[in-house]
Write a protein that binds this ligand. Structure first.
Ligand code: 9J3
Ligand code: ZN
Length: 264
């Protein structure tokens, strides 16, 4: 671990290490059956295999409306191999709305830290939430109701509530320029604008992307999610270089907004 930061995990990052399909940690996985899950639908926990590196921060990820854990499964090993415990979940029913998905993300975090077989590997003080579409809407709900969360990342999030001034958790909003289900003009952009101006926050709009881009392996989503989780769950300022100065528009980035440098 770093001399100044007890939460730092893994080697110094490079552009290629955050873009790689796998990070430095070998990953194991374990299933959580719906029968053993209370308040959510079960799922899969991906975690660094090693027990020599102390505990890890953790993130729970919810799928979207009508979708299953499989729709966001690619993020499990991709993020866990960088040094996080990652819990991809099913919801109680595939029709659950964002407020319910938010409560389910929190129930899954509680399961992960208190009841799961890997609870001893998780630092219960360093937790985050992510989700796709209504799961992204639920990500905002979870952060609003549990301000101790350290990072939130809605992916092409959908919610009828457009205003999130209550959120105190560092939040990276990911939208897609071609999203016709949760258009950025009525979802991700107002979500971002409504977050407190003093909050560590960012808005990444994917270029040439759709509502369902987060359902397949995507290097732009991965590299900025890894950087955000590392920066705010692990307090790892080695990743600030990928977030500030703000990334410029590119083949995969339509637009990127944020407040740099990040604080805390
Ligand atoms: O989770 C989602 O894909 C939400 C978008 C949606 O289908 O909303 C319509 C009610
Ligand atoms: Zn609101």
């Amino acid at each position: 671990h770093g001399a100044d930061n007890p939460y730092e995990r893994g080697p110094a990052p490079t552009q290629s290490s955050i873009e790689a399909s796998r990070g430095p940690y070998a990953v194991s996985q374990t299933s959580v059956s719906s029968l053993s899950a209370s308040g959510f639908g079960g799922g899969t926990i991906y975690y660094p295999t090693t027990t020599s590196d102390g505990t890890f921060g953790a993130v729970v990820i919810s799928p979207g409306f009508t979708a299953y854990e499989s729709s966001i499964a690619w993020l499990g090993p991709r993020l866990a191999s960088q040094g996080f415990v990652v819990f991809t979940i099913d919801t109680l029913t595939t029709l659950d709305q964002p407020d319910s998905r938010g409560r389910q993300l929190l129930a899954a975090l509680d399961h992960l830290t208190q009841r799961s077989t890997v609870r001893g590997r998780v630092d219960a003080t360093r937790l985050g939430v992510m989700g796709h579409s209504m799961g992204g809407g639920g990500t905002l709900e979870a952060a609003k109701s549990r301000p101790s969360l350290q990072a939130a990342i809605p992916l092409t999030g959908w919610n009828t509530d457009k205003t999130w001034p209550e959120i105190q958790t560092p939040t990276l909003i990911v939208g897609a320029d071609g999203d016709t289900v949760a258009p950025v003009s009525s979802h991700s952009e107002p979500f971002y604008q409504s977050l407190p101006s003093s909050l560590n926050k960012a808005y990444l709009e994917l270029n040439g992307a759709s509502h369902f881009t987060p359902n397949s392996s995507n290097t732009t989503i991965a590299k900025y999610s890894i950087s955000w989780l590392k920066r705010f769950i692990d307090n790892d300022t080695r990743y600030e270089q990928f977030l500030c100065p703000l990334p410029r528009p590119s083949l995969t980035i339509e637009e990127y907004r944020g407040n740099c440098p990040h604080t805390g």
